[in-house]
Design a protein around this ligand. Structure first.
Ligand SMILES: [Zn+2]
Length: 203
């Protein structure tokens, strides 16, 4: 046990060194700026303080009592925040894709190769007749993707939505949300997040 304890700091030091190297200074600073943890705030100040220029990142972490797990967790949360914003930005496009997937499409009739007619051989020669499979239409309507349709109806308020989703998306309580509503909501969420981050930066 005591052997382990003695060996531990050096090992932690090298792990911390590798982590900070792979994350990079700019990203590390950004992740430290996005938390309310006072230790992260102190570390951020030290990173940009010329007085600590000679100190390695692991040494600075040790000074503010931030462990390897703490640093990784701060960075993980920072990246998750970025991911949520990226997802929110992509939401209008993905919703439009879902609407397209939900739409029916026309599939050409295999029996008449989409022409709507077939040639029937008779004693009087070849006669063109309407295709019996597609009744001369040349194609079949293929309903849109089931899951996309289900989601489409839910989002448009035509079927019961999950309470959380309804609360987050439906701005006008008695109207079905539009894509514009969703974009507005996304922008509002991003502004809130930015305000939160700015607030945290000021501490
Ligand atoms: Zn046909």
């Amino acid at each position: 046990m005591s052997m382990k304890k003695r060996r531990s700091p050096a090992r932690k030091d090298s792990v911390m060194g590798r982590i900070s190297e792979s994350i990079g200074r700019e990203e590390m600073a950004a992740s430290l700026a996005c938390t309310q943890d006072p230790r992260a705030g102190r570390l951020l100040e030290m990173l940009f303080d010329p007085a600590y220029r000679q100190h390695s990142f692991p040494k600075l972490c040790e000074r503010v009592h931030l462990s390897v797990t703490d640093v990784v967790d701060l960075f993980r949360r920072f990246k998750l925040d970025q991911g949520i914003v990226a997802m929110a930005k992509a939401a209008p496009r993905i919703m439009a894709d879902t609407a397209i997937d939900a739409e029916s499409t026309l599939s050409p009739c295999m029996n008449c190769s989409g022409t709507g007619s077939i040639i029937v051989k008779s004693s009087e020669g070849d006669i063109e007749r309407p295709c019996p499979s597609c009744l001369g239409r040349g194609s079949f309507r293929v309903p849109g993707h089931d899951k996309s349709r289900e989601l489409f109806y839910k989002t448009m308020g035509l079927t019961k939505r999950e309470p959380l989703m309804a609360q987050q998306i439906n701005i006008h309580s008695n109207q079905a949300p539009t894509v514009e509503d969703f974009v507005m909501e996304t922008e509002r969420a991003m502004e809130t997040e930015k305000a939160l981050k700015d607030g945290k930066r000021r501490r």
